[in-house]
Design a protein around this ligand. Structure first.
Ligand SMILES: NC(=O)c1ccc[n+]([C@@H]2O[C@H](COP(=O)([O-])OP(=O)(O)OC[C@H]3O[C@@H](n4cnc5c(N)ncnc54)[C@H](O)[C@@H]3O)[C@@H](O)[C@H]2O)c1
Length: 295
């Protein structure tokens, strides 16, 4: 039986390595045309050559996801080469640098928020009109993280950015459903990639003035723990197989680490339990049976 992906076109951001590259292979194996975008042009060319050697249909485009004009350019090149776009994989993301909240560099927060949040918004905004236009439906796959499902000490920027991606996805699911566009959010725990070395592609516009930089020793302790966790992660090709399975069965939240269920269970229990405190409140308890506002 022909795959539902066969002959269709996917644009994947951050496709030069790690999860983005593994997803490029997995979707190409399903018969998709692959449009690979990345900020690292050399890594992108090497990565794309690997796919071409296997005979897959590939186009590469320089893409910094924080620049909307570059998203417009990749969409236009993809349509010129393959005719239509059916899927966007908003994968490009950066880990930031671990640090105490009161010591966090504003430039680092802006970098993490711009790449991880605005990059996802820009990708969706640039691609959705083209996915809607042919009426065949499609997919928006946003790559968040387990970090979007829980806060973590010293990683506020990364967690906040990934929580935003979960929330954006939840908002878009119902918006895009009438157009037969399936929207989902991928929430992996650790995967063996180069995420702990994200600073390698940090743009000049987010440079931190030397006198504002966090003390290197403090930085290294957090960075070492992150490196160990990432290096003990699952292989990216295992994640990619899981994503194909989940897309075929139209899952909205895509988990790759079922062992992390206790994390979300504890969080949701705490969130739900806090309503009991509000119900008992002398100030607002009387609102308990009022109608709620939904859209
Ligand atoms: N590796 C993990 O443990 C893990 C866990 C959960 C979520 N994630 C998420 O997976 C996604 C992919 O990360 P990865 O683990 O493969 O890391 P990675 O560093 O190996 O790959 C990220 C890719 O994104 C590219 N990139 C960085 N900034 C960019 C920009 N501004 N524009 C375009 N491309 C850019 C990099 O050049 C690189 O090719 C990220 O969103 C990350 O937050 C990773």
């Amino acid at each position: 039986m022909t795959s539902e992906f066969f002959g269709k076109t996917a644009i994947i951001s951050g496709a030069a390595g790690g999860i983005g590259l593994s997803l490029s292979y997995a979707l190409a194996e399903q018969g998709m045309n692959i449009v690979m975008g990345d900020i690292d042009n050399i890594a992108l060319d090497n990565a794309a050559n690997g796919l071409r050697e296997k005979g897959y249909n590939v186009l590469t485009c320089a893409l910094d996801v924080t620049e909307f004009s570059q998203w417009e350019a990749i969409v236009s090149s993809a349509k010129e080469k393959f005719g239509k776009i059916h899927m966007v994989v908003n994968n490009a993301g950066v880990g930031g640098t671990p640090g105490k909240v009161e010591e966090s560099e504003h430039e680092t927060w802006r970098w993490v928020m711009d790449v991880n949040v605005m990059g996802v918004l820009f990708g969706a905004q640039a691609c959705i009109p083209s996915i809607k236009e042919h009426g065949e439906g499609g997919w928006v796959l946003n790559v968040a993280s387990m970090a979007g499902m829980m806060g973590m000490p010293y990683a506020g920027a990364y967690c906040a950015s990934k929580a935003a991606v979960v929330s954006m996805t939840e908002s878009w699911v119902a918006e895009l459903h009438p157009f037969n566009i399936h929207t989902s959010v991928l929430c992996p725990a650790f995967v063996k990639t180069r995420i702990h070395e994200s600073y390698r592609n940090r743009q000049e516009k987010y440079a931190v003035a030397p006198d504002k930089r966090i003390n290197k020793e403090k930085l290294m302790a957090g960075a070492k723990a992150a490196t160990q966790a990432v290096e003990s992660g699952i292989p990216a090709n295992m994640l990619a197989k899981r994503v194909i399975e989940a897309l075929i069965s139209k899952q909205t939240y895509i988990y790759t680490h079922p062992n992390y269920r206790k994390v979300t269970a504890n969080r949701f229990k705490a969130i739900d339990g806090a309503f009991e405190d509000a119900e008992k409140s002398d100030v607002v308890g009387h609102l308990v049976n009022d109608d709620i506002v939904t859209f």
